[in-house]
Structure formats: structure tokens, C-alpha cells
Ligand binder design. Sequence first.
Ligand SMILES: *Cc1c(COP(=O)(O)O)cnc(C)c1O
Length: 463
Amino acid sequence: MQDYSEAAFQACLLPENTETYSLSEARTSSESGDLLDIRYDWNKIPVPSSLKEFEKRWSTRQNPLDYSGVWRFRELFPFAPESQIVTIGEGQTVLQKNDGVAKYAGINAGGLFLQYEGMNPSGSFKDNGMTAASTHARMIGAKITACASTGNTSASLAIYGGVTGLFQVLVFVGSGKIAYGKLSQALDYGALTLQIEGDFDDALKQVRRVCEEAGIYLCNSVNPFRLEGQKSIMYRVLEGLNWEVPDWIVVPGGNLGNSSAFGKAFMELKELGLIDRMPRLAVINAAGASTLTRMYNDEGLRWNNGQPDKQLISEYFRRMDEQDGRAVTLASAIEINRPVNLTKCLRALDACDGVVRDVSDEQILDGKAQVGRHGFGCEPASGASVAGAKLLREQGVIAPSDRVVCILTGHQLKDPNATVAYHSGDKQSLARHAAVEPHFGNAPIAVPNDFSKIMDAIRQYSS
Ligand SMILES: *Cc1c(COP(=O)(O)O)cnc(C)c1O
């Protein structure tokens, strides 16, 4: 059994704080209260000399670690002894070249790709991270794992508890804030589910306190191990492009764990000499949950060589609290106003010459409908990446000839209510943050139970 975990350690995200912590500690922040980062002494790890070498594992996929779309890249996040790794076959996802969506976004044929993370066991990209967090929980002997969630985090944590039987899973959700597809998963997989009277930001605050008091293992994306697993989404994107770096990665931004992980993945690959250039990163908020957009574009917040303006950040949140500013969007997976990985995302944006935009619920749902029409479909939040690519193309930031990868973060069937409301033109159900006018609706047609009337309808409506 290979074990390079001696070469891994936890560190404060900000370079000014040099304290480090061993992997045996279950921390959620550094001594200074900042985010944690997992670091490696790469000299002690047998990293392949070329990414192509990972292809060898395709022929040994009877080994569950080589089958996993996450762990077959394990030398790039070697924090766990192989005997401790918790895997349920996550990461069998698809990079799909999609000319229909390319046309919609204004990108040349052959230039737009959809990375469909809905193919994961629990139907969202979260499994990439939860396999890693569950592994660390096992390494330190945790018996209960917990998270607050807008839905997919809880579904993912719950499936790892349910399949492996290693942990009891405790889930906190905001009441009335969760899509039924996701809630049903947490219940089905056997998680103890607490519906807090409040929203995600409230639920997170409570679960952090509960975990601290009761010594329960916290799996929200303040957990730095989750982000290590999520780096593998980028390895699979590169693999799908025959190890060529695309021009753009476009991703929806909620708690900003994914964007942070993507930036870290590319920073490390560059440092290891495994890629020759960095892609650009576009993080897309919903207009009703646009903290990153406001701070990055309007207030000029930057990574600033590891010294982000903390006063600007706390002042922003103070004002938000004063006005009781709540996140409001139909894209519930990104309905978050206090993104926990904010500073880590700033590092990713810095490393990847990033841009940030916000898009309306109407743009999000139109983007989602285009994905449904031409691709595998996705849940509302994922539509933000396509809407964002289209917007950046219109603004001339993305060129028509660029190679663009949009991350589809969650499965189409997570939130069927939103899809049916959109296609049926049920504007009342769609109006959360602002009115939505569906541009690509495909409403079901009501017909009497009568053969000739059915034939008439088919003649009338078929194209
Ligand atoms: C969690 C989630 C997001 C947001 O990702 P962050 O890492 O929190 O920014 C977006 N889409 C879906 C479907 C999600 O489940």
C-alpha cells in the first residue's frame, strides 16, 4: 500500500501566517481564523512526469482506486494512505463538445465543451469533494459527519454515509429552501436531516457551532480536503481535451469551493511542470446572490499577493447584515450571500487571470434550457455557466475562437419543478429575484382523450 501522507500538511491560506498543522487535526480554520490549505512536499512524492501517464490506469480499473475519476489522479493530492480511501465510483463524468450551445453562446463550432458533473453517484460535482472529505474523516476516526447544505452537499455526504456505513450523517438545511430532488436523496440515504427555520447562511452558522461543541466532523467546503478532491474535475477536463489546456473555464459561484479548487489544481500543475500555461477562470454569480461580483468588480477586492483587504470584506458583510441582505435566486445551489471560500477564490482568480460576472435568473434558465435542448440537461445553478459564457462573449472578453469549458455542476433531475415551470410558462413559480420570461419554453399540450383531436394536435404543433 502506498502512503505519501507524511509529505502532506495543513497550512493557513494566507502566506503571512506560517503555522502548519498535521493531517491528524480536524480543523476548520487556521490559528488566525483564516481558511486552511492542504500543501505537499512534492519532492517526496512520485508525481508522473506527464499527465498522459495517468491513462495507464484505464487498463487497471478493476482496482476501485483506478476506477474512481477522482482517485486515479491520487498522486496530485496524496494526503491519504491507500488503505483509508473512501470511494463509491465517483467521477465517471463526461466532457461533451456541444455545437448547439456554442452557437447560443456565440462561440465557433467545436469551441464549446460541457463538463457534465451530474453523472456522479449523487448527481452533482459535490461527490468529487465528499470522497476526499470522507477519506479524511475515516483517517482521523470520525464516526459522525455533518454539513449545512442548499441540497447537493447533503445528498453527497449522505450517499457516502449510506453506501459505506462508516459514518452517521447529520444534515442541516434551510426550511423551504431546498429542491425536492435533493431533499429526497438525504432522506433516502438515511441522513438525520434537520430543517432549520432560516436560509443556508443560518444553517451553516449553526452546524459549525454544533460540530465544534460536539466534536463532529464538518464537511462543508471550509473543509480543505473536499477541495483537494474537486481538483480532479480539472484533471478530467484536461484528459477530455487530450491534456491540452483550454482558454476558459466557466463555473457557477456559490460558496466558491469549486472555483478555488480549480485555481489550486492549475497552480500546482504549473508548478509541477505538467501544463505549460494557465487557463482563464470565469466565476458566475446569480444576480440575487452576487457578493463576489460586488466585491471583485465594484469594490476592487483582490488577492493582493496574499493580503486581501479584510477590512473591506468585513465592512461589506457588516452593511449586508445591517440591511438584512438575503440571497434570492431560483438557482438554489448558488443562493448564498456569505461565500465561505471568498479569499481562496481570490487566489484562484489571481492565478488564472480571472473574471467575475453576475447573471439574472432569466439568463440562467435560458442557458439551462439550451443545455437541455442540446445536451444532457442540468439543474438551474449550472445554467449560470452557459449564461456567463454568452455574456462574456457579448462583452468581447471571450473571443469566438476561444476554447471554452462550461461546468455543469448538477443533474437535470435535481430540480424538476423549475424545469417544468419554465417550459410551462408558469412565471409565478419562476419569479424569485426578478420576473422571468422563458425564451425557449416547450410547454406540454393539453388534448382531449379523442383520437382525431390528438391527430389534429400533432399536425398543428409538429414542425
Ligand atoms: C454547490 C453547487 C454550486 C456552487 O459551488 P460552490 O463550490 O459552492 O461555488 C453550483 N452548482 C451546483 C449544482 C452545486 O451543487
